[in-house]
Ligand binder design. Structure first.
Ligand SMILES: Cc1ncc(COP(=O)(O)O)c(C=O)c1O
Ligand SMILES: N[C@@H](CCOP(=O)(O)O)C(=O)O
Length: 465
């Protein structure tokens, strides 16, 4: 198994190199050179597997034989032992044919833990084998940062630098990034929005001299291993609802398009997914794009679901690559348009291919609040605002006959102010996170300036040469 760049101008890499590379050197994103396929019989044989065993079965084809089976099994088992629910990602029924896939039972109460706990262990393993160190950079609108810091804190082979938008994440999210006492953790509060943070991270990767000097690696969903780990829970939930003998639809609260792209990947691997529904908040660029064919950025609005306050949705590039029949030149043209004028128009046949798999909808701040309230009243289930956006969009798109699984991406206690305002209930943090809100914070405020961020990273990275 090799990994190829969506922009076609970077060398194809094996699994370990693709994981360490993060972003390809041509600015593109790595995807597998071909999608592994499971037959219906293969999928049927996965029924009843515990989550770690399922992960081993589903993910092994992506490794290209580069990680020995017993090593990979150990890393997977350790990663999911950090979760506080025996099922790892349990499925909860909230309506006649509607379900919430709870992805927030990991250490930081967000779906990011599912991939990050495995990615940190994989990177550590590859770096140890090679006797190398790496500098990790990541951009976050709130959840990726905390999950990455938890997973990488104290690891000797990596220093981690997380860029978050100053004053635009929830207090719980901020503290999950700023209260780590590990010496290898650096929380950087950037004067800008998430798109600025993500732009800085991509610019660091595209500055090849800097990239090589500090041995740069990334933990955002630009890193293929993030998407790979996230596709396992599409299998686990579909299997428990009757796959491969029954189709399932998924609605996914979407920002950077990583989580829903994992669903697309699962479908390409043979999982019978009927519809993939993109749910956005007021930052509805993806819903507008599916409706009009034009991807056009406009200002970012601050909402009650801050982790989805995104305009430049990185992983949409991976979908464009597939929709264009893996034509890297088309992707380069679209991405140049985005860089130069903040917009591009998708060719009609490619748009039709995207619409054949995906629907999209939007939930406003008021609709999110109403959904939190109504779901508590009807189903006695307390949603976080991101999951609520998806529940709202799912209701408008459900067919009734096909089970609809909504991805529950965060625990409501990460967003107590919004949840309380909507429902009157203040969700409590689990006891094991009890000290979070009183621990000392440590972070550095930086302007949204590439040179200043690179200088900071250079001075604090142990991998810098
Ligand atoms: C709670 C929550 N829901 C949804 C999303 C959107 O996921 P993605 O960026 O993979 O589309 C995020 C951020 O990634 C998030 O933190
Ligand atoms: N919503 C994310 C934004 C970064 O997304 P990623 O999946 O590319 O890491 C966040 O919470 O940080």
């Amino acid at each position: 198994m090799q990994y190829v760049s969506t922009r076609g101008d970077a060398p194809a890499l094996g699994f370990s190199d693709a994981v360490l590379a993060g972003l390809a050197r041509d600015g593109g994103l790595y995807v597998p050179s071909e999608w592994p396929r499971f037959s219906a019989a293969d999928i049927r044989a996965m029924r009843g597997l515990a989550y770690p065993d399922l992960a081993i079965r589903v993910l092994t084809p992506f490794l290209g034989g580069e990680i020995a089976a017993p090593v990979f099994e150990k890393l997977v088992r350790e990663a999911y032992a950090t979760f506080r629910h025996e099922a790892v990602c349990p499925l909860v029924q909230t309506g006649k044919n509607t379900f919430i896939l709870e992805l927030f039972h990991g250490p930081t109460l967000a779906f990011k833990d599912v991939a990050m706990q495995l990615l940190a262990r994989l990177m550590d393993h590859v770096l140890s084998e090679r006797g190398q160190r790496a500098t990790i950079v990541g951009a976050t609108s709130g959840d990726t940062g905390g999950a990455a810091i938890d997973a990488f804190a104290g690891r000797d082979r990596t220093d981690i630098f997380i860029l978050f938008p100053h004053g635009k994440v929830s207090p719980v999210q901020q503290r999950q990034m700023t209260t780590s006492s590990a010496a290898n953790v650096h929380a950087l509060s950037v004067e800008g929005n998430f798109d600025d943070c993500q732009g800085l991270v991509k610019d660091m990767f595209n500055d090849h001299a800097f990239r090589d000097r500090v041995s740069l690696s990334g933990v955002n969903s630009i890193n293929w291993a993030r998407i790979m780990a996230q596709l396992v829970y599409y299998f686990s939930s579909a299997l428990s609802l009757g796959a491969p003998d029954r189709p399932i639809s998924f609605t996914v609260p979407t920002g950077n398009f990583g989580d829903i792209f994992a669903g697309y990947a699962a479908k390409r691997m043979g999982l019978p997914i009927e519809r993939l529904i993109i749910a956005t908040n007021d930052n509805d660029i993806l819903a507008r794009t599916l409706a009009s064919g034009e991807y056009r950025t406009k200002g970012v609005f601050a909402t009650t679901s801050p982790s989805m306050d995104i305009q430049v949705s990185s992983n949409f590039e991976r979908l464009l690559f597939e929709a264009a029949g893996r034509d890297a030149e088309t992707v380069r043209r679209y991405m140049n348009g985005l860089k130069q004028s903040g917009a591009f128009t998708i060719e009609e046949d490619e748009l039709q291919r995207i619409r054949a798999e995906f629907d999209a909808g939007r939930a406003t701040v008021d609709e999110v609040a109403a959904t939190i309230r109504a779901t508590l009243e009807k189903s006695n289930y307390l949603l976080d605002p991101h999951t609520a956006a998806a529940v709202h969009v799912a209701a408008a798109n459900a067919s009734g006959a096909v089970p609809m699984v909504v991805l529950g991406t965060a625990h409501p206690a990460k967003f107590p102010a919004a949840v309380e305002a909507a429902s009157g209930v203040t969700p409590a943090l689990p006891a094991w996170l009890g000290g979070l809100m009183t621990a000392d914070e440590k972070y550095t405020i930086l302007p949204s300036d590439l040179k200043m961020v690179e200088d900071y990273v250079n001075r604090h990275s142990r991998a810098a040469r």
